[in-house]
Design a binder for this molecule. Structure first.
Ligand code: GLN
Length: 282
């Protein structure tokens, strides 16, 4: 019977041979999930033999990884802003880059006590809103929206577990069915081109196309969201929107055309312009 360490080494080799870019990390996370043992125990050259049932579970999960499924869906979990979110095929997996939206929102909230009403559009897992509400220095009135009822189920599950309460939320095409006006709106809308998403889907990419694809240039949603948000912001209110770095100039132009002021790009962890912040004029 092999030990955990031997199984980890063997699985790392298998994943590396299959061209998986982070074979050790993936094997470690999947083995930790299959065995229920913390990663730290497995890293510390865990000398115990692996029970046959754990091995079978591990092998079937490893086969899913080899077939291209992301580790986050296999674990049903993804860490974001220090919180652990439930994820599955109904939602986009939170990306670390999106944490810059949370940082920017929290900076505004800390600086300006008048910000009390916030909304997160295209919420998916709810990661942006839930991270803000976990770290806000004062209570906020918050709501969320998503066009997908299935995504809202995931939002409810995450909010109830992580916040102990589920903020009001609306099934809505962008902001069209969202009531109220806000001091701050955040959004990570779909922004890849239909063609990019078709290629991803053809190679078995499991995330919902609805959360990724936005017309021929990837800007169909953002082009509608930016002017629409003006009617949902109080004067002086902020919109923070994520986008692709190649779209940064076009998005800034869309903000200016719609009449926003203080248009500012937010760099992601690698310094790319992956989100833009602007203000409805006072
Ligand atoms: N960041 C995602 C990707 O590059 C896209 C997310 C989105 O469209 N909102 O796969």
């Amino acid at each position: 019977m092999s030990t955990y360490r031997e199984l980890l080494t063997e699985a790392t080799r298998t994943l590396a041979r299959a061209g998986i870019p982070t074979p050790f990390l993936d094997a470690l996370l999947i083995l930790s999930h299959a065995s229920g043992l913390p990663k730290e125990a497995l890293l510390a050259s865990y000398p115990e033999p692996v029970p046959p049932e754990t091995r079978r579970t591990f092998e079937s999960l490893l086969a899913r990884r080899l077939a291209g499924e992301p580790v986050s869906y296999i674990r049903g979990l993804k860490e974001f802003y220090g919180l652990t979110f439930h994820v599955d095929r109904r939602v986009l997996v939170p990306r670390p880059d999106t944490e810059v939206l949370v940082d920017a929102a929290l900076t505004l909230i800390r600086r300006d006590p008048a910000i009390t009403h916030i909304h997160d559009a295209c919420t998916g897992t709810g990661c942006i809103l839930i991270a803000i509400l976990t770290h806000t220095p004062r209570p906020l009135t918050a709501s969320a929206s998503d066009v997908s009822e299935e995504a809202l189920d995931v939002f409810r599950e995450n909010a109830s577990r992580l916040l102990g309460t589920v903020p009001p939320h609306h099934r809505s095409d962008l902001l069209s069915s969202v009531p109220g006006r806000f001091h701050l709106i955040t959004a990570n809308p779909p922004y890849l081109t239909e063609e990019e998403v078709a290629v991803m889907k053809a190679s078995g990419w499991p995330e919902p196309a609805l959360a990724l694809a936005s017309g021929p240039d990837g800007l169909s949603h953002i082009r509608r969201l930016i002017p629409q948000a003006l009617d949902h912001l109080v004067p002086g209110g902020y919109l923070i929107c994520e986008h692709h770095d190649a779209q940064a100039d076009a998005v800034a132009e869309l903000y200016r055309e719609a009449g926003y002021t203080h248009v500012r790009h937010l760099p992601d962890l690698a310094g790319r312009r992956r989100a833009t912040l602007a203000r409805r004029p006072l």
